[in-house]
Design a binder for this molecule. Sequence first.
Ligand code: SF4
Ligand code: SF4
Length: 314
Amino acid sequence: MNVALLYRGPLASCNYACGYCPFARHRASAAELEADRAALAADRAALAADRAELAADRAALARFVAFLRDWRGVPLAVLFTPRGEALHHAHYQAAIGELSRLPGVARVAIQTNLSVAPEAWLEGADPARVGVWASYHPAQTSRQGFLARCESLRRRGVRFSVGMVGKRELIDELEAMRAALPEEVYLWVNAFKHEGGELSPEERARVEAIDPLFSCSTVHATRGRRCLAGERSLAVAGDGTLRRCHFVAEPLGSLYAPGDLERALAPRPCPAPSCRCHLGYLYLEELGLLERFGDGFLERAPERPWRVLSPRRP
Ligand code: SF4
Ligand code: SF4
């Protein structure tokens, strides 16, 4: 398994407006803007900030791609983990295409809401080396439209997973999506870890019939536990700062300083009290999730049929 770089640049915006997400798009209504000049000025300031953020994001990604273009070490795996949606920006589309063909990159994957049709951004990419971690948000898009984009990925030979939030009111839709997806595609479910998100035993049983690993989607007590984040993977910020994961702030050097990448990779226990995101607890050794996902660990798509998956019991 290749060492994975989990890249997250300055981008922090999305074209969708999911109620449970801090990166959802916010737009004041025309009436509000007319009624309040201050709101208009604030909107203009926000627009300027958005442009600056995008310019910074573009420059940071260009530097990251240039580093990988020159990388001559053991091939690395890359997962884009943006705050928000990245694939509707041309610089990410171009980066996926180029990285999928570089000798120094074993595989490139991205978390996306799949709002952009794959034919728009897979042109020029090697589909066999691209992975997609797709999330489906039924309040923002139609099931049929989303399934058509999944079919486009499947036809092109791109390995992908599909996921949803396990909210009580979405269980019917989860079951409908499971029934509509090709049998081999894994549909993961993230627990809704907010107040009121607890499922009844019956609701839980319905969700676990869809995602046998649903019980792993919880808040894990992790301080002192062995975690392979920082040994098998590193988080990379837009400025190149290396961290063992997105959830431990301590910097481990810079991707762009010679030798720092190799020095940063080392076994260490987890220093954080808890870990609540698949991007993190995937590497928690006691859960054995890396083995279950195998080569599909980047895009959360298990190598083996999803029906035979089961959480590791202590
Ligand atoms: S699609 Fe994802 S990033 Fe965008 S608003 Fe919804 S949850 Fe947030
Ligand atoms: S358990 Fe989570 S927070 Fe702790 S080191 Fe691993 S990924 Fe980071």
